[in-house]
Design a binder for this molecule. Sequence first.
Ligand code: IMP
Length: 203
Amino acid sequence: MARRFARQFEGGKLVVASHNAGKVREIRDLLAPFGVDVVSAGELDLPEPEETGTTFAANAELKALAAAQASGLPSLSDDSGLAVEALLGQPGIYSARWAGPTKDFGAAMQRIENELIGMDDRRAHFVCALTLAWPDGHMETFEGRVDGTLVWPPRGDRGFGYDPIFQPEGHTVTFAEMDPQAKHAMSHRARAFAQLVAACFKD
Ligand code: IMP
């Protein structure tokens, strides 16, 4: 999705259009080397738009656009989730919703485990769509993916969401057991972020 002539982020304030503390923390870490003045949608008390899109990219775009128009500042959103191969890509764009209103990811991980009973295929991947939107409606969107295997029981207490059951390809630890820097070096979010930086951030 990277475009050769993407609009450049000219510096200054950038809104991270998310109310998810785990995502905001990871995006802040990823933006740290660029000297960007990050403010989160939560800190600005921006409303959370309903995620009515049917793809990660569509949801990322509606969230970034809503934040950019409400704040008058360039805004970066992340729509991401876990796609389980044997469940035909579920929970996918419904990853947050599977945890319910209390955001109980223990229950969401248990639901995945229950639905996989009797199935040998443990493959899954995380997807992340990142959109940078400007108040005039211009948007740039990038997608990253990381493949791995689901483990049971959950392991580790770092990261967030489904990290304790996701073991990335080529590794023997889950995302929740890894040092955050190691996750940042390979995650779906980091891969989308690398494209965003290459396209929209000056060296
Ligand atoms: P949304 O993009 O706000 O709809 O929510 C995405 C959901 O996907 C999060 O609440 C997590 O449950 C899950 N998710 C996305 N990225 C990650 C990750 O890096 N680790 C673990 N879970 C993730």
